[in-house]
Each structure stands twice: as C-alpha cells, then as structure tokens.
Ligand binder design. Structure first.
Ligand code: PHE
Length: 357
C-alpha cells in the first residue's frame, strides 16, 4: 500500500505504530467522525504482508461508517488492526494490548474500540485498564460483555428477512443453510438456527470446531471447507473472513441467498451486481451484521433494557427488507441500495444520544 492508495481512501485519519517489543504493526483507521466518535473493533490477525493489513483496516473502517449510519447510531466508523507475527498469548498479549490501549487513549475519544475477529472481552478488559474508550469489557468490569450474542441475534433477524423476501416465508424449518466460520458469531448463530429448525451444514478451516458442532448435534452435517462454495443450499452464511464473494467465486455458488456476519464479503462493489445477475439475493453485510454494535452501545451507552435491545435488533429485518424491495423495484444490486441508504443516513444526525458512562 502506497500513499496513492491512502489518497483513494476517503477516510479522515490513519494512525500507524510499530510495537517494537512484539514486532507487531498497529493500524487505526478512523474513517469518519461526522456523526460522532469513530467506533470500530480491534482485530488481531496474521497477514501475508503489511499491505494486506493496512488495506484491511482501511476497507473495514469504511464499512463501519456505513454500518453505524444505517443502524442510526450517533457514531462514526473506524477499525483497528494489530498485524502480529504470531498470535500472542499470556504476558506478551497483555503487553501489546496495554501499549495499544495507551495509543487509543491518546486519540482523546475520537476513536472508541471494541472486540472484533481475534479479540475477546478479556482483551477489552486489558485495554480498559488504560483507556475508557472501549466497549464490551466483561460485565464484572462494567461492560456489556462480548457483543457476539447481539451480532448472532441480529443475524437471525437478517436471515429470516432474507428468506422471507426470497421464499415468501421467514420460517427456518427445513431450510438448508450453510454456515461458514464457527467462531464467536458463527458458532452462536448455528445454535440459534438449529433451535429454529433449520437444516444445517457447517464448515470451518479449523476442523476441531466443525467436529465439536457435529458431535453435539447429529443432525448437522460437516462440509469440507474446500468445497463450501459449491455446496447446494437455500442460504449461504459467510461468518469468517471477508472477500468470499468475488469474480472467481460467484459462478461456483449454488445457493439462492447470501446472508452472513462476515465484514466486507464482496471483494469489490461490482460483485453485488454479479450476484444479482446470478439471481442470488445478497443481504449487504453491514446491514445484516449490525447487531454487535447495537447490542454493545445499547447496553453501555443508551441504557436500553433487554426488550429495547431486542426491538432494535429486530429493526435489522426492516432495514434489509427496505433494501431488498428498493433494489428489486429499481433493478439494481442490493449493495448499491444499502450504500445509498447509508450515505443518506450519514447526512442527517442520529436521533440517539450517547450517554456518558
Ligand atoms: N466487531 C464489531 C463489528 O464489526 C464492532 C464492534 C465495536 C462491536 C464495538 C461492538 C462494539 O461490527
């Protein structure tokens, strides 16, 4: 990534720091503070190279601005990436997170972080030792705890809305669904879908996770991760890494609907049109996966009770339905309609106000 790539990004600020002790690189991409402090998770990952890491931060941060605006949150969007040599544990992890937390604190509340791929509420507790600008500390430490139950619950609404649009009913009984990625969100989503009677298939690059799910549920089928994309199903739910939907992969899909929790599912915006042309209904990722943000902020900053949180999570279904209906009416791809709606929301202030902690 060169400075030209950075100039093509339409964000506000990129903070870069090298952590000498662990040789990790820290990227905090603040995409927008227009609607309030920029909020986005902290991702810990190994990347093929630092270009990928920086690009990931930039791209994910724009997605957060759109997600937060579409969900009408009074916040902007950001994302942090800690690109590590090896996934750290023990004191090394604590040290890295503490130094990272000080960097977050130095941004004076312009950036507030939370959990993301590769981080947990325990990590938020460590960050929370040095800064208040963090969501989803554990409940004992005054946070909402992990946001994943919120993301998963929101995804269930999103999946029902997607099925209802495609098949005329959001009933999950007998619907074949393939969940890709059995992490914090995907794993929880599988349980919710199972309870609702879906006919489930699961896949993960980590065979142990798959084995664990099929051991607990003898009616859930394992799919080899190498063949996940070409597996026939009603709905494919990518809940792992991004860019799974691309020029190369879309032709292989044998599903009718894509609705998953992964961020940045489209490798490029044109993939939305490719999905439309293939007659696959695509639920724009940042509309479907806003449950974590809604849950974390709702509990910590709007002081919502469980019913209020649930009502907001159910709103994800309404948003998606609006997107689907408009896309169909105008004969355009769903991601373009979502982008348009998010851009409109960005222009008006949120009706919600962030309370102090
Ligand atoms: N990882 C969450 C997402 O991608 C971000 C998040 C931040 C969630 C803060 C809760 C609180 O949406």
């Amino acid at each position: 990534m060169g400075f030209d790539d950075l100039a093509r990004w339409d964000g506000e600020e990129l903070v870069i720091r090298h952590d000498r002790t662990t040789d990790a690189w820290i990227y905090i991409a603040i995409h927008s503070t227009h609607r309030g402090p920029a909020v986005g998770g902290t991702r810990i990952r190994r990347y093929p190279d630092l270009d990928d890491a920086a690009q990931d931060a930039l791209r994910l941060s724009s997605g957060m601005t759109a997600k937060n605006a579409l969900a009408d949150m009074p916040i902007g969007g950001a994302k942090a990436v800690l690109a590590v040599r090896e996934i750290p544990g023990g004191p090394e992890r604590t040290g890295l997170l503490t130094r990272y937390g000080s960097l977050v604190d130095s941004l004076d509340g312009q950036f507030i972080t939370g959990p993301d791929m590769g981080t947990t509420e325990d990590d938020m507790n460590v960050i929370g030792e040095v800064t208040d600008n963090v969501f989803c500390r554990s409940i004992g430490r005054g946070g909402a705890g992990t946001a994943s139950p919120g993301t998963a619950a929101g995804m269930l609404h999103a999946i029902r809305a997607s099925l209802a649009h495609r098949f005329g009913s959001g009933d999950l009984r007998g619907r074949s669904i393939l969940v890709q990625g059995l992490g914090e969100v995907g794993g929880r989503l599988v349980e919710l879908l199972h309870d609702a009677g879906a006919d489930l298939m699961v896949t993960d690059v980590d065979a142990a996770r798959v084995a664990d799910v099929v051991r607990r549920h003898d009616d859930i089928r394992a799919v080899d991760s190498a063949h996940a994309l070409e597996t026939a199903c009603d709905l494919f739910s990518p809940c792992a890494i991004g860019s799974v939907l691309s020029k190369e992969t879309i032709g292989r899909l044998r599903c009718q609907v894509v609705c998953g929790a992964a961020n940045n599912q489209l490798a490029e915006p044109e993939d939305g049109e490719r999905l439309r042309a293939a007659d696959i209904l695509y639920a724009p990722d940042y509309a479907a996966n806003a449950g974590g943000i809604i849950y974390g902020l709702g509990l910590e900053r709007f002081h919502w009770d469980a019913d209020q949180v649930n009502a907001r999570l159910a709103g994800i279904a309404d948003t998606l339905t609006r997107i689907f209906v408009e896309a169909e009416r105008d004969g355009v791809a769903t991601n373009l309609v979502a982008d348009r709606m998010a851009a409109e929301s960005l222009l008006r202030p949120s009706e919600l106000v962030l309370a102090a902690r």
